[in-house]
Write a protein that binds this ligand. Sequence first.
Ligand SMILES: [Zn+2]
Length: 276
Amino acid sequence: MVRLCKAYVWLICSMLIWGVVGSSVAAASNEPEQSQQDQQARQIAIVIDDFGNRMKGTEQMLQLPIKITVAVMPFLSTTKQDAEAAHQFGHDVIVHLPMEPIRGKASWLGPGAITTDLSDAEIRNRVEAAIADVPYAIGMNNHMGSRATSDLRVMRIVLQVCKEKGLFFLDSRTSYHTVVPKVSRELGMMTLHNDVFLDDVYTQTHVRKQISEVSKFLKTHDRCVVIGHVGSPGMVTSAVLKSAIPGLQNQASFVTLSQLLTAPPTPIMGRSNDKP
Ligand SMILES: [Zn+2]
């Protein structure tokens, strides 16, 4: 039953993110080429989602020879274990907060999910509890969430709690209608968003193709935030990533999200193509 639920969650997650990547990457080609000096200062941040539930590829991702950002779901069987292991490996830890999608049942999301039918007080309670449940968390991103991240009331509370706790927010951009850029501007918060999803199809061919999209993106941008997953694609994604690291290191330095935020060569906000 648990395995079936995980499969559903993954399927829906994949359906929702499919297509967002294409537009993000396509937008890159319109930007001007940058100088050789900028190229040397380029940064790539790998974020791996869906830790916390003994998912496939967990060890392989943690042992990659680069620093990554590990997004851990709260209230699951290995939430604390995965967060602590990631911290020991020197990776960043963020909360991977389950949030309501447009398609699919809220029950597929897992415990403590943020849904748009909750009261203001309950949303606040759940976000605070999720942060408290994931040791070493310094930021947050959304698991699914195409409905919740489009909802102004919900995101004002989620981002306000992040701000109070000193956490940054990475918008996984599962919706074209995300209000994260608008609300973060209102609150004066720095937020990030992903540029490329690595593994919405679970094959080596697809993940390699997405790595080449990352490479292409870095030719016209000074930073690239990339999201991959443990779980169904975990073994494939970790293996392809491992083999791609030396090539990508010729183009950019691998950094965690906190490093990206503390050493920004250009402003991070304002890059989203999303409509508010
Ligand atoms: Zn997820």
